[in-house]
Write a protein that binds this ligand. Structure first.
Ligand code: BGC
Length: 807
């Protein structure tokens, strides 16, 4: 027995030692490959100021002379050329990849770097070139809010999700939001914000749709450009992402998108094209997926032919984090910077150069684009950032922008809430409002205003009985209410159990309140797609709650209002007749509850319009036949094994449709383009949204001159309260000889706040070239001659005025 025990103990202790050794080797490997592998490249922070012939500059290389690159009176061409001539090949190659993930995963030494920044452009210490910091993302800056050894905090503002911002159809307002985001980056020392996202909502189930604007490229492009211009006004860069056709999270690192060039050009690239042409973002982020067999980050066609040669993009392209496979192929294709950078990539680039596969000319091309960006940053000016953004002012910006993007879907004389004192809040989300989506698009905000708080701030009373039911439900199901933060949320989706009311509780609630507000919540994000059951479709518990509570309130002559606190489209057709009003609140950032209260109370008149269609059924989307339906989230093990071993393509015979590859068989028929063409009924059409007032469109004049179509529309507020209205201009080719959508959005504009009776003339311009289609045969854009109808509407299915033009 003793012998056996001894042997057993020896085996166990050997195993423990073995595991410890493996763990140690594993950790050392992760550390040296992904976290800290920069060796002699620590930033040189002791740069002297010199004055020569009356000009004061930073003597970056310490040679006591004024070099061209140190002279910021010189053009960037001259400065970059000088730097290139002074850099060694090793320094150049070093610059092509970031410094790894240490700061992104909170591993900075105290006082070093910017905790939470997910990437860098590395420094060149010998020449005094500083580190440039990159961080997410589309709904506001994401850095770590606390730092080791410091009492103070570094919170950022959680602005509304991108989809909500697109629902404002208001470029000026989106610029203001961008301006505030950019200011936070400036204040916290971040040089480039990794956003906005310009991918198209191809299907409602894409988990990251909340980070993207719309199913339509013209809305996407114009709102995206406004965001880029707003952020970059601060001298901060943006990274327009994820270029391109990154429309699903399922197997995003392997997925091969099989798509026609026409669909690419007219739908998926178009939004990016508009942003590039209207705002020249500093950078673009290539996506994880492949397009027609080639990783986007290795595609010369996408990165050089289309982006640079066709559109004139002047900035740099970076990969998505750990995206793509072959470092040398990426640089050769025009993907200048590999983020966050690994030791393996560094070695691969050196080796490719040594073998002559990566020429000096190609390396110089990417290095100059990177240097051009570095020269533009505030870091070059040695700016000591203040770490002190005006969070209070930004809270006002986010509150106002969120209320402007909320869409009133239904209103049976129920809103605004006049003569209302006591509100019964139903549904767990009313108390636990969702500010935004999960993953890298999440923000570390200081607080989130719930709907409950927002209504109290607006002077309403919250019904105690309903709240009591919520509280005891929450206590009984505590574990399901645990909400993971930041990146953790990617792996642990938030899925609390919905509440239910007994008949008796409901009776008491209805008797003691004036109105019921029921919130439906959904939370999705990076690393997983949504599913139809219990997500796109309401859960059984939600359906029952809507019908039971509506019945109870309506039987007592009171109203039931549904608020949708969601990040993507859900099914509405089967239940929308039940409540008295429906407000699509989206996810409005940290002030979300206040913004909803502003609309419910009538302080703000809703003017948001849908940036996508709400279909009758998920299946009505043409893309649904070719979209993964299984959902499923990335796990930590997937992530780590993917990083360590890379994800290998499965053998051809084992490839699974919608995972390894996805066929975009619907071509250009995405969103309303498909619903119109197939003559399908929809629940709420693209462009739709109600107001508390009415508008009339008149005096429409459409003219064509110098290849520019100009539409002038008079919009008058004919109702009782002040409000804003969106004018949408669609074009239709009459008697077209090719297969093309019935109508396509070409321009939009929003009025200012119009008082009752007031009017405004809006002028909308469309270059004739924007009416072209992509001709697959000639591989170019082509204009069909003949008659076009210009359709002016307040939604894609509410066309108020039409005019004809002949081209
Ligand atoms: C996301 C990017 C993000 C990057 C850095 C990636 O996983 O796809 O959108 O910018 O991480 O956080």
């Amino acid at each position: 027995m003793k012998k056996f025990l001894k042997r057993f103990l020896i085996i166990v202790s050997s195993l423990v030692v073995l595991i410890a050794i493996i763990a140690f080797i594993g950790w050392s490997y992760i550390k040296s490959s992904f976290l800290t592998f920069e060796k002699d490249y620590a930033e040189n922070r002791t740069i002297k100021e010199l004055t020569i012939e009356g000009y004061t500059f930073l003597d970056r290389n310490g040679n006591d002379q004024l070099d061209d690159y140190e002279d910021d009176r010189k053009s960037s061409d001259v400065r970059v050329a000088d730097l290139l001539s002074q850099m060694t090949m090793e320094e150049k190659i070093h610059l092509l990849k970031g410094s790894g993930m240490a700061s992104g995963v909170g591993m900075n030494e105290p006082g070093q770097g910017i905790p939470g920044a997910v990437g860098t452009i590395v420094p060149t210490p010998r020449l005094g070139i500083p580190t440039v910091y990159l961080s997410d993302g589309p709904a506001g800056l994401r850095i770590q809010p606390t730092r080791e050894g410091e009492d103070r905090t570094y919170y950022c503002t959680a602005f509304p999700i991108a989809t909500l911002l697109a629902s404002t159809w208001n470029e000026t307002l989106v610029q203001e939001v961008g301006n505030a985001m950019g200011n936070e980056a400036l204040e916290y020392g971040i040089d480039v914000i990794l956003g906005p996202g310009a991918n198209i909502h191809r299907n409602p189930l894409c988990g990251r749709n909340f980070e993207y604007y719309s199913e339509d490229p013209v809305l996407t492009g114009n709102i995206g450009a406004a965001m880029v211009n707003g952020i970059e006004r601060n001298g901060i860069g943006t990274s327009l992402k994820h270029y391109v056709a990154n429309n699903q999270e399922t197997e995003r690192n392997l997925n091969n998108v099989i798509i026609s060039e026409r669909a690419l050009r007219e739908i998926y690239l178009k939004g990016f094209e508009i942003v590039v042409k209207k705002s020249q973002p500093w950078t673009i982020m290539s996506s994880y997926n492949k397009v027609n067999g080639t990783y986007t980050s290795e595609s010369e066609y996408l990165l050089t032919d289309v982006l640079r040669n066709d559109w004139g993009f002047e900035g740099l392209v970076m990969t998505d984090w750990f995206g793509g496979r072959n470092a040398a192929a990426q640089i050769s294709a025009g993907n200048d910077l590999l983020e966050p950078g690994t030791k393996k990539q560094w070695d691969a680039l050196l080796e490719a150069h040594e073998k002559g596969e990566l020429t000096e000319e190609t390396i110089d091309r990417s290095v100059s684009r990177i240097l051009r960006l570095v020269l533009k940053t505030k870091k070059m000016g040695n700016l000591a950032y203040g770490n002190n953004p005006n969070l209070e002012a930004h809270a006002k910006t986010t509150r106002q922008s969120a209320s402007e993007g909320m869409v009133l879907l239904k209103n049976n004389n129920s809103l605004p809430l006049l003569d209302t004192k006591n509100i019964a809040l139903l549904g767990i989300t009313s108390y636990n409002f969702i500010a935004g989506g999960t993953g890298s698009g999440d923000v570390n905000e200081a607080y989130t205003i719930s709907l409950e708080q927002g209504l109290m701030n607006a002077g309403f009373e919250i019904n105690e009985t309903a709240k009591r039911v919520y509280k005891s439900h929450r206590e009984a199901n505590q574990e399901t209410f645990q909400q993971a933060e930041g990146i953790d949320a990617m792996f642990n989706p938030y899925a609390p159990i919905e509440m239910a009311f007994t008949a008796e509780q409901l009776k008491e609630i209805v008797e003691s309140s004036d109105v019921g507000i029921l919130t439906i919540g959904r939370n999705a994000g990076e690393g997983g797609d949504r599913v139809e059951e219990d997500d796109f479709l309401l859960k059984q518990s939600e359906k029952e709650m809507i019908s039971n509570t509506a019945k109870a309130f309506q039987a007592a002559g009171k109203k039931l209002i549904v608020v949708l606190n969601i990040g993507g489209v859900i099914e509405t057709a089967s239940w929308k007749d039940i409540p008295d009003a429906i407000l699509l609140a989206w996810q409005g950032g940290q002030e979300g509850g206040n913004s909803v209260a502003d609309i419910l109370s009538g302080k703000v008149n809703p003017s948001g319009k849908l940036p996508m269609t709400f279909p009758m059924n998920l299946d009505d989307h043409a893309s649904n036949a070719n979209f993964p339906q299984e959902g499923g989230h990335l796990s930590y093990t997937d992530l780590i094994s993917g990083l360590l071993f890379g994800k290998e393509d499965r053998p051809e015979a084992e490839k699974v449709q919608n995972r390894d590859y996805t066929k975009y068989d619907e071509g250009i028929y995405v969103g309303y383009r498909h619903f119109d063409q197939a003559n399908l009924e929809v629940s709420y059409p693209f462009g739709y949204g109600l107001s508390y007032t009415d508008f009339e469109f008149s005096e429409v004049e459409v003219s064509v001159e110098d290849n520019m179509i100009t539409a002038v529309v008079r919009v008058q507020n004919t109702g009782q309260v002040a409000g804003k209205e969106v004018v949408q201009v669609y074009t239709e080719k009459l008697k077209s000889t090719i297969d093309r959508p019935i109508q396509e959005l070409k321009a939009f504009a929003k009025t200012g706040l119009l008082e009752p009776g007031a009017f405004e003339h809006l002028t909308l311009k469309i270059p004739v070239s924007e009416l072209r289609y992509w001709d697959g045969k000639s591989g170019d854009w082509a204009l069909e001659k003949g008659a076009y109808r210009v359709r002016i509407g307040t939604s894609s299915r509410d066309i108020r005025q039409m005019a004809e033009i002949v081209l």
